[in-house]
Design a protein. Structure first.
Length: 313
């Protein structure tokens, strides 16, 4: 079995060693331009089109992340880059769910306990206890109820906030209210005090979070974006922060990354920023997952994590 691997910024060493250990029957190589040698599986992040073009005999392509928006965009820009018949898989969880829980719990508790306000007060040497928020109305609404959205809901449960999710299809999750489809978006947003975005970036969700969308939240709501920057109209986000419609935002992802130095979000006092690392791909977990999937595929079973290319996630 031949496996080719490509990542624009990571070293291949740990990946190849780990894959060889778990799949001793496989030959794994880092793909280089000009390599047209045989391949049964390709493991990729932002692959050059020529890596995959014409490889109709691939049994699967594994995206080395949870989101597949980038590779799907590449496929659209380079018709024929990957035949439709080749299954595309993505990483489900592989340690990212826990990282997302940490990020979300940290942000929600910071806002609920008003640590952001106290941090600003400290800059003025201001000793002023503030009225607390009521837990019963500090409703957390999660956009996306997939692997990561559901996990974040689980991670927030111990804190006792009302929890709700919005997805395409209805969900049954103990202790969490499910809202499904466009018609349910307005009631979902109207009752959401803290909005957490965990939607995949698809043609339906790009620029979804705009002025009209944010205006449906209660005044003074909070926003956490740990999914994709392309889903947010940043000028509208800034306007909502300026008007107080949003009290604060924690942002991990942006329309342009790295976030340009002169971007007004950098210096906004109510915004915290991280460099697109809310949840990173953990190599060992990812290798375990991919090795298991390849073993299942070889045995004629269906591996989990198959992407529906038409749907976009
Ligand atoms: P999943 O595919 O498991 O879940 C996606 C969820 O979004 C599903 O519940 C789906 O609904 C819902 N959804 C999709 N489209 C729509 C729509 N048009 N309207 C309403 N709901 C919709 O994805 P994951 O949870 O694994 O990951 C989510 C995203 O997180 C990734 O796509 C990626 O972009 C981002 N991410 C960001 C990282 C970071 O570091 N910033 C790291 C890892 C991931 P349904 O269940 O009905 O299909
Ligand atoms: C991912 C990411 O989608 O790193 O995995 O953003």
């Amino acid at each position: 079995m031949e496996i080719i691997w490509y990542h624009p910024s990571q070293s291949a060493t740990a990946w190849i060693r780990g894959l060889q250990q778990r799949l001793p029957q496989a030959r794994v190589r880092a793909w280089q331009p000009g390599d047209e040698g045989p391949a049964d599986y390709a493991l990729v992040r932002s692959p050059p089109a020529e890596m995959l073009r014409g490889r109709a005999t691939l049994r699967g392509v594994f995206a080395l992340g949870a989101g597949v928006d980038e590779i799907l965009k590449q496929l659209e820009q380079h018709p024929g880059m990957l035949p439709d018949s080749v299954p595309l898989y993505r990483l489900e969880d592989t340690g990212m769910a826990r990282q997302m829980q940490e990020y979300a719990v940290h942000s929600v508790l910071t806002w609920f306990r008003r640590f952001d306000d106290y941090q600003l007060q400290q800059q003025q040497a201001c000793w002023q206890p503030l009225p607390p928020y009521a837990r019963e109305t500090f409703t957390v609404g999660i956009l996306g109820a997939g692997v990561l959205g559901q996990s974040v809901a689980e991670g927030l449960k111990p804190w006792g906030f009302p929890l709700r999710v919005w997805s395409r299809s209805p969900k049954t999750i103990d202790g969490v209210t499910s809202f499904a489809g466009r018609d349910a978006l307005q009631p979902f947003l109207q009752g959401t005090q803290v909005l957490i975005n965990l939607l995949p970036s698809t043609p339906e969700t790009i620029n979804l979070i705009d002025q009209h969308f944010l205006a449906q939240l209660p005044h003074g709501a909070f926003f956490l974006n740990i999914a994709r920057g392309a889903q947010v109209v940043e000028a509208d986000l800034l306007a909502a922060l300026e008007s107080g419609q949003l009290k604060a935002a924690a942002l991990d992802v942006f329309q342009v990354e790295p976030l340009p130095e002169a971007h007004p979000l950098w210096s906004h006092p109510r915004v915290t920023i991280t460099p697109h690392n809310a949840a990173v791909t953990l190599i060992d977990e990812a290798i375990d997952y991919i090795a298991r999937a390849i073993t299942q595929d070889q045995a004629g079973e269906t591996p989990q994590g198959r992407v529906d290319r038409q749907r976009g996630y």
